[in-house]
Design a binder for this molecule. Structure first.
Ligand code: HEM
Length: 402
């Protein structure tokens, strides 16, 4: 009996490692996991062993204790199958106290006053794109809106020319792919990116601007300015972290609103609902599906023995639909849900650095869209990414009406 139970728990956990689960509707499976095996150990042949963590309370418990559950031994399932290079400044993979040393350098660029200052430019970017959306005919909102917009905003944040966004797009994709397989072509593209940013750094050293590139090239750790390698790491991670995530929040939010016209109408009627609505879009679409931690010591969790060295996969998508946190309406999209303690930006030491920026981007984007269009409806199949990390929408045809 014990073996059968362990096997079924393991099989339940193993499914979350299958990218195919995430390209469809993962929620029936996640609901089953929460109900039957909230902390499920995967021991399937051919897969790394790990714990699948599906409950909101456990995601918080683990995220708030980096000395027991560290990031340095990997944050993605695929990290278990490769040697992790030690990259200086890669925040996601750092633990305290080194993590705080680097994060402190970036925090000022995301202060409330900096974010407020960026809002007007962000709105101008959103408006310019939305003005090009035709009325009454299908438009792929991914290609037309949600790909370029976050890249334009990151260009503004860094202080790079906006027209370079297609190059940022390519570099970001190559960096993501290179995390799995790195070949000569990706090395060449990454060298091109390095050259681009080093040129920008050289320009800003001679002619400082009020931007992130300037700020970082003057930043220091104990009097030592950052090395070129550290600078590249910072620019690269901002490009990756702030691009696909925000894109999929916007794509996911738009697709969901097109399927819930009464919720769109609530926002049209009263756009001051948008800050609260953005939180629900974050909960509902959960752009980052999961990140991992590793136990640094033996520890008990939900009455189970987790051993030192055990990886734990934090399933944000599941935590965000946990009935114990969100009650009997957890499975309902409700733009007025408040409070809404979703974990889409993670929690604790690694809480998303760009959360305030992503929130502004999303609010401004939907303010502009709901002001311009009375309706949005689906106009064809939505295509999704097969990935266990990013809840990606690759194509979403919608029709807007006035
Ligand atoms: C909707 C959009 C976004 C989502 C859902 C998101 C999600 C997340 C999550 C879940 C983490 C936690 C990682 C962990 O615990 O290991 C994180 C960290 C991070 N995010 Fe975001 N993010 C978004 C937008 C952005 C933006 C716009 C930027 C910057 C331009 C950004 C930069 C970062 C960085 C640098 C980290 C690492 C922080 C650290 O380890 O201390 N993110 N993000």
């Amino acid at each position: 009996m014990t073996t059968a139970k362990a096997l079924s728990e393991s099989a339940l956990a193993a499914r979350v490692a299958d990218p195919g689960l995430w390209a469809g509707d993962p929620h029936p499976h996640l609901a089953r996991l929460r109900a039957e095996a909230p902390l499920a150990r995967c021991e399937e042949l051919g897969l790394p062993h790990f714990w699948a963590v599906s409950k909101h309370a456990d995601v918080l418990r683990i995220s708030r204790d980096p000395s027991t559950f560290c990031s340095a031994r990997g944050v993605l399932l695929m990290d278990l199958e490769r040697d992790l290079p030690k990259i200086p400044g890669a925040l996601l993979y750092l633990d305290p106290p080194e993590h705080a040393t680097y994060r402190r350098l970036l925090n000022p660029a995301f202060s409330t006053s900096k974010m407020r200052a960026l809002e007007a430019d962000t709105r101008a970017r959103a408006r310019a794109l939305i003005e090009q959306v035709p009325e009454g005919e299908p438009v792929d909102v991914v290609a037309k809106l949600t790909v370029p917009y976050p890249l334009l905003v990151i260009a503004d944040l860094l202080g790079a020319p906006g027209e370079d966004w297609p190059r940022f797009y390519e570099w970001s994709d190559v960096m993501i792919a290179a995390a799995t397989v790195i070949d000569d072509a990706s090395i060449a593209v990454l060298a091109e990116m390095g050259g681009y940013f080093l040129d920008l750094v050289a320009q800003r050293r001679g002619d400082p601007h009020d931007d992130l590139v300037t700020m970082l090239c003057h930043a220091d750790i104990d009097g030592q300015v950052l090395s070129d390698e550290e600078l590249m790491m910072f620019y690269g991670q901002l490009l990756v972290a702030g691009n696909e995530t925000t894109r999929n929040l916007l794509s996911g939010g738009l697709v969901t609103l097109s399927e819930h016209p009464e919720q769109w109408q609530l926002l049209r009627d009263d756009p001051t609902r948008l800050p609260v609505a953005v939180e629900e879009m974050l909960r509902w679409s959960t752009p980052v599906i999961s990140f991992m931690r590793t136990a640094t010591r033996d520890v008990e969790l939900r009455g189970r023995q987790v051993r030192e060295g055990d990886p734990l996969l934090l399933l944000y998508t599941s935590a965000n639909r946990d009935e114990d946190e969100f009650g009997p309406t957890a499975d309902r999209f409700d733009v007025t849900r408040d409070p809404n303690h979703h974990v889409s930006f993670g929690f604790g030491e690694h809480f998303c650095l760009g959360a305030a920026l992503a929130r502004i981007e999303a609010r401004v984007f939907f303010e502009e869209l709901t002001a311009r269009f009375a309706t949005v409806v689906p106009a064809g199949p939505v295509e999704r990414l097969e990935s266990g990390v990013i809840a990606g929408i690759t194509r979403a045809p919608l029709v807007f009406g006035r």
